[in-house]
Design a protein around this ligand. Structure first.
Ligand code: FE2
Length: 411
């Protein structure tokens, strides 16, 4: 199949893309169609690699208000609400919600999803369901599963064994939550345990790290040190790191050296952390998003995630990573022209590094023919006008499409 007139990744000129048996085979300015080859004109619209959700909690998605709403808007009340909802979790409930949510993502051009799944559950109900769904939904999205100990590894009964079991059942990544452990000692031990478990089982790591406004929360340095010492490097990701927003600058300068040596990835979740953080402040209220701009300037990889879709921690969301980038650029003060134009990388190439899939991701010959077409000339335009994802193509097949909204002023 031949796709004509694609404006790939903000390029001023358009290109043609040939896809054969679900793989990109040729990309250049003009390709003549073969006899009887199907051809589709993309009309100079923006073509990007599919969006990547590098941080979400699919097991909790679409449960906001069930059985209670989070009234304080804090992370900790969210965890309380969730522990009430967990009693009602069963496989059917998870299947129904995850199927709906992954399709919402598909409509927004997302084809890769890293989901954290709560494993502080003696039955591992959600984890087992997500392992099955990862296979069943693979034609819509590639799902990576993080064994996420929502209520702690050392601070939850049998927490270490549940993590080992989750890995044995097929979790792709090992998680941790150092800021929620009972003590600082537990926090350090939980990280030592998690990274060791990943190293022994050849898994990736993604830690909910210092998601708190406590400037003394120092899980990040332990994550980075263990990533370096165990040789895990960019297999390791630190998510949230909102305490870094509140660290003193002298400490950040010291820390930055270790972060660069460790080569770990970061995921910031601007929608959710501007909502959850700063809740103990009066005024001024901290934004609570990690130092994205400064990390990027140091050459450290950062991607953006949605984190929550209508759940106890965030009452909104429909799978649009465009909204995440739009808010994130404001909050992180990254509104220079080049920063805006290149910000799609926060949910494409940078996220591919986080998910460790760079070898088979992107619009180039030899890769799976996965891409999206947006109703815009370039990303600046797409972001500003909240342009529709006209088409999402996966392995050469269209899996979602939309018609452009067109309005007119009558006076
Ligand atoms: Fe999260």
């Amino acid at each position: 199949m031949l796709f004509k007139n694609a404006r790939i990744e903000n390029s001023a000129a358009s290109s043609d893309i040939r896809v054969t048996d679900g793989v990109f085979t040729e990309i250049k300015s003009q390709i003549e169609p073969l006899q009887s080859e199907e051809t589709l004109d993309l009309n100079g619209n923006l073509v990007l690699p599919p969006f990547i959700e590098s941080h979400v909690h699919l097991d909790a998605c679409l449960t906001a208000g069930d059985p209670v709403w989070n009234m304080s808007g804090t992370l900790f009340e969210g965890i309380e609400c969730w522990s009430k909802r967990k009693d009602k979790l069963d496989e059917q409930d998870i299947r129904e919600r995850v199927n709906r949510c992954v399709r919402m993502y598909a409509q927004n051009g997302v084809q890769y999803i890293r989901t954290h799944v709560d494993v502080t559950d003696p039955e591992l109900t959600a984890l087992r369901a997500l392992v099955a769904l990862r296979e069943e939904l693979k034609d819509i999205a590639e799902i990576q599963i993080v064994a996420f100990p929502q209520e702690g590894i050392l601070s939850y009964p049998n927490g270490k064994q549940l993590m080992r079991d989750a890995v044995a059942l097929g979790a792709d990544c090992v998680g941790a939550i150092p800021h929620f452990e009972f003590t600082r000692e537990y926090s350090v031990e939980s990280l030592n345990f998690a990274l060791q478990l990943a190293a022994e089982n050849d898994r990736l790591v993604d830690v909910h790290c210092d998601e708190i406004d406590d400037e003394a929360s120092r899980g990040l340095e332990t994550v980075a040190a263990r990533a370096l010492e165990l040789g895990l490097f960019d297999k390791v990701t630190a998510s949230h790191t909102t305490a870094m927003h509140s660290y003193n600058n002298a400490y950040v300068v010291r820390l930055m050296r270790l972060l660069k040596m460790s080569r770990i990835n970061f995921v910031a979740n601007p929608l959710v952390n501007t909502h959850l953080q700063g809740r103990m402040d009066s005024y001024p209220k901290r934004r609570g998003v990690t130092r994205v701009k400064e990390l990027l300037e140091e050459g450290i990889n950062v991607s953006f995630g949605h984190d929550d879709i209508c759940d106890p921690w965030y009452p909104m969301g429909y799978g649009s990573l465009r909204d995440v980038v739009f808010l994130g650029l404001h909050v992180c003060q990254m509104m220079g022209y080049e920063e805006i134009m290149n910000s799609y990388r926060l949910i494409t190439d940078n996220a591919a590094k986080t998910l460790h899939i760079t070898g088979r991701y992107g619009i180039k010959p030899g890769n799976p023919a996965n891409f999206i077409v947006m109703d815009a000339e370039n990303w600046y335009d797409a972001l500003n006008r909240s342009a529709a994802v006209l088409k999402s193509v996966r392995n050469g097949k269209t899996i979602a499409e939309a018609s452009p909204a067109r309005g007119r002023v009558l006076l």
